[in-house]
Design a binder for this molecule. Structure first.
Ligand code: BGC
Length: 365
């Protein structure tokens, strides 16, 4: 009888489903007197997503190529020192309270003027001097071992923005190879909010030094033209070459015709806040392809124009020269608080800001 129970127990163990999901943790230094941890979510198909508390930054995104060979498709640093360096161009970070630019770093809300830090040619960029990319996010593992919850409380007046804002971001790595980002925010005073993820992708995973041969398609008939400091002029123009990505084309094809490189907000072909496909990025040589799905009205495509090879502590000593990687930032339009014709970005007490963006990976033959 004793042996029978042992046998049954062993048989049950053998049949128990193998645990196919896990979240591993690793110390990643200290920031603000708090321990920074790197959390790594793995899925059944060899994908891995690593995240740290500092800036909620994604440090690694491992995606198999068409032959199943894994490769890390995001730019990053090999230590916290790398992330903390002056000039870190928001590698992998969560960006807010207002992603992108606000003209002359000011806006008026309900008749009251607000002054923000002017950190980019007199404008405010990505939340100011210490945006959400430079704060400590509390991270907890959610049940099921596929999601992480990141929380940050932005105090009233932080970087000049009104209201205490509570943020919750959930990063999920699904078993169908989606990196899903769900944002929620509430406030106790009216405030503008525009959150995004600033991962820099290069789907070659270290094989190609630039993204110029990646093919990009963007579901947009329009874009917001900008002045020399990248502030929108207030209108939406129809895309024409070189900004026409309605049909997939290599990023390098028309790049020389865009002074400074691509750094524009495309107005997505959507009329509701439903989750819709915004773009497809493909690296034919590896077979990796990535779709971007979002609830947001805009997509900033930034072709890594300011990368210049000067960053230190890069992963595996990568050079990260100009165009080494690109960003596809789902967001509201730049400078919306000063542009009454753009979709609104103000949330008020009792309302909840929410947005969802998905980077979905597939392989092509
Ligand atoms: C902006 C670029 C900026 C970069 C910072 C992008 O979101 O569009 O203009 O230089 O972030 O790394």
């Amino acid at each position: 009888m004793k042996y029978l129970s042992l046998f049954l127990l062993l048989a049950a163990c053998a049949q128990a489903p193998q645990k196919d999901r896990s979240i591993m943790t690793k110390p990643f230094g200290n920031y603000d007197n708090k321990a920074v941890t790197e959390y790594t979510i793995s899925n059944q198909h060899g994908m891995q997503l690593s995240v740290i508390n500092y800036g909620g930054a994604v440090t690694r995104l491992v995606v198999p190529d068409r032959n199943g060979k894994p490769g890390d498709v995001v730019a990053g640093f090999d230590s916290l020192e790398g992330y903390l360096q002056k000039g870190n161009p928001y590698f992998g970070a969560l960006v807010g309270r207002y992603a992108n630019r606000i003209r002359q770093a000011k806006f008026t809300l309900d008749g009251q003027p607000f002054q923000l830090a002017a950190n980019d040619h007199g404008n405010s960029l990505h939340g100011g001097n210490k945006g959400f990319d430079k704060v400590f996010w509390e991270i907890t593992k959610l049940p099921g071992d596929s999601s992480l919850l990141l929380k940050y409380k932005s105090p009233d007046g932080e970087e000049g923005y009104p209201g205490n804002m509570d943020m919750e971001v959930v990063y999920t790595l699904t078993n169908d190879n989606q990196w899903k980002i769900e944002y929620k925010a509430t406030t106790d005073k009216p405030t503008p909010v525009n959150l995004t993820q600033h991962a820099y992708f290069n789907l070659s995973a270290g094989t190609d030094p630039t993204i110029l041969e990646h093919q990009l398609q963007i579901e947009a008939n329009g874009y917001t033209p900008v002045d020399s400091t990248l502030i929108p002029l207030g209108r939406v123009d129809s895309v024409t070459a070189p900004l026409d990505f309605r049909t997939a084309k290599p990023i390098g094809r028309d790049l020389a015709q865009v002074p400074g490189g691509y750094d524009h907000n495309w107005v997505l072909n959507k009329t509701t806040a439903a989750l819709q496909k915004a773009a497809t990025l493909t690296h034919a040589a590896s077979g990796r392809s990535m779709e971007v799905w979002t609830t947001e009205p805009g997509l900033q495509f930034y072709s890594g124009n300011f990368l210049d090879g000067t960053l230190t502590n890069t992963k595996n000593g990568a050079a990260y020269n100009k165009h080494a990687a690109l960003c596809l930032e789902a967001q509201h339009f730049p400078d919306s608080p000063n542009q009454p014709s753009f979709p609104g970005t103000i949330i008020r007490p009792g309302e909840t800001y929410s947005q969802t963006t998905i980077y979905k990976f597939i392989t092509i033959q």
